[in-house]
Design a protein around this ligand. Structure first.
Ligand SMILES: [Zn+2]
Length: 245
């Protein structure tokens, strides 16, 4: 229902208006969700329930945060203050959260203009100096990139020694699935799960590609057996890629 209404509003109201009045629109939506059973750790809204999307993801009615955003914040919350951060395709909720958490320098970037951001970097040739960032956030980006190996090399280059890149993509079991002959949106949807995805990674496949460009990679696996106050997904994997030399 929520997705239907959102689609309807988007088809009627100009994007610029929605972006400008997003906060007010969400405040209006969130009124009927007020309560104490659940909490968003991004905007601190407490509610009787999350909005449940058709894929099962729980959306915060007030700031629009997704489970993966709330999980990532749990991980980086203590690391953000005083740090140099580069954030690809930032959700609005996380962008505001990080910007308000005292980073030293926080640069947001989005190539497709899908998200509001400061810059429009091509991840295959990031226009930033070497060794510039303590933290890079690269969520649901690499599966869209033609030369992902080059992008990974660029992520490595812009990180400082000891810096971390948090990476997430959709995953499958086994090997990475790629097929350069599949170039149409319909074909990509059928083979890779989304019309603008160029491959489906597997966790071991992505890990080893990252290692090939020099990263040391920790696979962070999260399993939640009970429903959580923060509406996290029951299973989630994040790759923490560290520039260690
Ligand atoms: Zn929220």
């Amino acid at each position: 229902m929520y997705e239907f209404i959102k689609k309807l509003v988007k088809s009627i109201v100009p994007t610029s208006f929605i972006r400008k009045n997003d906060k007010l629109l969400r405040l209006f939506v969130s009124l009927s969700y007020r309560g104490n059973a659940y909490e968003c750790n991004i905007c601190n809204f407490t509610m009787n329930k999350f909005i449940v999307l058709s894929n099962g993801n729980k959306l915060c009615p007030k700031c629009g945060s997704l489970p993966r955003t709330r999980r990532l914040w749990q991980i980086i919350e203590q690391e953000v203050s005083g740090k140099d951060i580069l954030h690809f395709s930032p959700s609005k909720s996380m962008r505001n959260k990080i910007a308000n958490s005292n980073p030293k320098n926080y640069i947001t970037t989005d190539y497709e203009d899908e998200f509001e951001a400061d810059k429009k970097h091509d991840i295959q040739a990031i226009d930033e100096p070497d060794s510039s960032f303590d933290i890079v956030i690269c969520y649901h980006v690499l599966e869209h990139i033609p030369d992902d190996k080059k992008a990974m090399g660029e992520l490595y280059r812009v990180l400082k020694l000891g810096g971390k890149c948090y990476i997430q993509t959709p995953y499958k079991e086994g090997e990475i699935y790629e097929n350069p002959e599949i170039t149409t949106p319909e074909g990509r949807l059928e083979h890779f799960g989304q019309s603008d995805h160029l491959r489906i990674y597997s966790v071991p496949g992505l890990k080893s590609r990252l290692e090939e460009v020099g990263f040391r990679v920790n696979v962070l696996d999260f399993e939640v057996l009970m429903e959580t106050r923060f509406g996290l997904n029951s299973s989630e994997t994040i790759l923490e890629a560290i520039r260690h030399r």
